[in-house]
Structure formats: structure tokens, C-alpha cells
Ligand binder design. Structure first.
Ligand code: AMP
Ligand code: MG
Length: 348
């Protein structure tokens, strides 16, 4: 299949959006930019389109898709119950990087929800994304537009690497502003619960809803407690090289990483280092890269996936990364980084 690339760096190209909307209405797939990461879109109300999404990504069929809408009223068709918390969260954070889990209506096929009777719903703030959703009929199922197991795409080139030739169109809207997937909040049972941390953190949610819990499966070291979002149990975002996080006081972390890199080089193995703008000059050997600046934590989120992809292009066998427990999005960054590292952490 020839994949059409539609470039929209300066806003919406109406002709191309109409073309993309027609592809979705006919059951085809269009990858598109959002403020979190790029999404692989198909008509959420069409079971066959959802099946195509799973096939293109190689995604396990029990891992449900998020349904993207462009207007609040669209929610009534796909959710069977809308608790007052949903409206409050929407008023505060939509359009934006927040996904809510609600009871689904019969309009949403089980193929879209991975067999669950609940549905994940988000209204993205990216204008190209919302124009596409409207042009495509109002309901776009879209997981991240990567091959399952690879880092999520934060630019159109990443999407082309994984899905070029497999889907009808890629809309290139430049780099994603946030770079990490949306925060997921479950509103279907008990207290509102965060199933996946993201840019919108617990504190921000608690300013709108009094109490918000964190899914025990995310924080529990006990591997018998499974995360409630089916996708969180998979080892996502895995780079080809072994990734190891070094955690502790900054100077000791740098010292330990330098020591480990030297050991690897002596053993004839090439090593990579993930540092920051502030720490780069302390690393003497190895393939050293900056993920961003600790003074601007969003830059760390923005570059996490691209740095992992870049390392996949080189022939290193191990990557050592600093830890990024930054104040606002640190929890979301570390959630992704720890998964990418398969929980390999050295504490110093
Ligand atoms: P992605 O779109 O690739 O970021 O993945 C979507 C995430 O949302 C996965 O972790 C899913 O498990 C999660 N998700 C989607 N629908 C539901 C649902 N109904 N209940 C719980 N988690 C969901
Ligand atoms: Mg994903």
C-alpha cells in the first residue's frame, strides 16, 4: 500500500482533512498528530476498522483502544452512564491530555474495547486531530501509532518507520508538545482512579475532584496486583539495547554511570548514556545524549521516546539513564522509563 503523507505544520489543510475523513469513513486508517503522541486512527464504531488497527500495530487484541471525540455532546452516544465527575473533568481538562473510562453503550463494538464493557474516551487539544475526528464521523479509535512494543511516536517520521506502507495516510503535524500518552482516569467503580499517569497529574485532578486514587497495580511492587488498564501490563517502549536506570544523589549517579561505561568499554561493549543538559559535561566516555533540561521538565517528556528510538539506530549494547523524578510530570516520565528498562534499577 502507498501511504499518503499530508503535511500540516501550519494548521489545518481543509482539502487533505476531507480526504483523510473519507478514508476513515470508508474503514481505512489515518495516523495523526495529537498533543500527547501520534495516534493511529480508525472509525471507532466500525469493528472491522478496529481490527485493522490491531493488525497494523501487531497489538494484543485484549488491549483496548481509546475513542477520540471532538465535541462534548459526542459522549452521549458512546457512554451509557455519565457521572457528574466526567463533566467536571471535561470542563477542566478537555480538550487535553486526559482519558476517562466510562460504561460503554451498544454503539461501541467489543472489537474497539478489547472485549470490555467500558470505553476509554478522550478529546485531544490538537486542532488537526479534532478537525480529522469531525471529518471522519466524530468517533476515532486511536492507540499510539507505533508497532506494538516500540516507543510511542512523537513525530511523523517515527510513524513512517513503523507503519509506512501499512496504512492509508499519515498526517504530519510536527513534533508532539507533550511526548507522553494521556493520563487515564477510571470513573466506573469506587473512587476516581488513575490507571496511567500523564501530564495531568494526581494533584491537578484533585483540584477538580476531591479525592483521586492511584491504581494499586501501578504502585505495588507485588506482581500479583495487576494494573487495571490492560495495556499497562505489557512491556511497552522497550529499546533494543539493555536499559538500566541509575538512581540516587546526582553526583553519585554520574560517578556510577561513568564507572559502568568504562567497565563496558573494557569488555569491548559500547554503552550509551541518557543525561540532561545540566549533566552532559560530566560524562567522559560512551555515546552520551541529553534528554532535555531539568529546569524545564516538559523537555524531558518530549524527548524520552525519540532518544530511545535514536539509540535503536546505534550499535550500543547497554544504555545507562539518570532518573527523572521531576515535580510535575516526573511520575509519568518514570512510569514509562521504568517500563522501558524492564524494571532494571541500580540504586546508589
Ligand atoms: P494507547 O492508546 O496505545 O496509549 O493505549 C491505550 C491505553 O488505554 C492502554 O493502556 C489500554 O489498556 C487503556 N484502556 C483503553 N480502554 C480501556 C478501558 N476500557 N479500561 C481500562 N483501560 C483502558
Ligand atoms: Mg501505545
Amino acid at each position: 500500500m502507498q501511504t499518503i503523507i499530508a503535511v500540516m505544520h501550519d494548521g489545518i489543510d481543509e482539502t487533505q482533512i476531507r480526504r483523510a475523513g473519507d478514508i476513515l469513513k470508508e474503514g481505512g486508517l489515518v495516523a495523526f498528530p495529537t498533543e500527547t503522541v501520534y495516534g493511529l486512527g480508525g472509525n471507532a464504531l466500525d469493528a472491522q476498522a478496529s481490527a485493522k488497527i490491531y493488525a497494523a500495530k501487531g497489538r494484543p487484541s485484549d488491549n483496548p483502544l481509546i475513542v477520540h471525540i471532538a465535541d462534548w455532546d459526542a459522549i452521549y452516544k458512546i457512554a451509557s452512564e455519565i457521572p457528574p465527575e466526567a463533566k467536571k473533568l471535561a470542563d477542566a481538562f478537555w480538550p487535553g491530555p486526559l482519558t476517562m473510562i466510562l460504561k460503554k453503550s451498544d454503539a461501541v463494538p467489543m472489537a474497539t474495547t478489547g472485549g470490555l464493557d467500558t470505553v476509554a474516551i478522550r478529546m485531544p487539544s490538537n486542532e488537526v486531530a479534532r478537525a480529522l475526528i469531525r471529518a471522519g464521523g466524530g468517533y476515532v479509535a486511536a492507540p499510539s501509532a507505533n508497532t506494538s512494543g516500540r516507543p510511542s511516536p512523537t513525530c511523523a517520521a517515527h510513524v513512517a518507520q513503523d507503519l509506512g506502507g501499512k496504512i492509508e495516510m499519515i498526517i504530519d503535524g510536527g513534533n508532539a508538545n507533550i511526548g507522553l500518552e494521556s493520563t487515564i482516569v477510571d470513573l466506573t467503580e469506587g473512587k476516581p482512579t488513575i490507571l496511567r499517569p500523564g501530564y495531568i497529574n494526581q494533584e491537578m485532578l484533585e483540584q477538580v475532584l476531591d479525592e483521586v486514587e492511584m491504581d494499586r497495580g501501578l504502585i505495588s511492587p507485588d506482581s500479583n496486583v495487576h494494573p487495571k488498564a490492560p495495556g499497562m501490563k505489557y512491556r511497552h517502549y522497550a529499546p533494543k539495547a539493555d536499559l538500566i536506570i541509575v538512581e540516587g544523589e546526582a553526583a553519585r549517579v554520574r560517578e556510577k554511570i561513568n564507572e559502568l561505561v568504562t567497565e563496558n568499554l573494557a569488555a569491548g561493549k559500547k554503552a550509551g548514556v541518557i543525561g540532561t543538559d545540566e549533566s552532559l559535561l560530566y560524562y567522559k566516555e560512551g555515546d552520551v545524549r541529553s534528554i532535555g533540561s531539568r529546569k524545564e521538565e516538559i523537555t524531558i517528556a518530549q524527548h524520552l521516546y525519540s532518544i530511545l528510538r535514536d539509540f535503536d539506530e546505534s550499535d550500543i549494547s547497554v544504555i545507562y539513564s539518570e532518573s527523572f523524578e521531576t515535580p510535575k510530570i516526573g511520575q509519568a516520565i518514570m512510569n514509562r522509563l521504568i517500563k522501558a528498562a524492564g524494571h532494571q534499577i541500580i540504586k546508589v
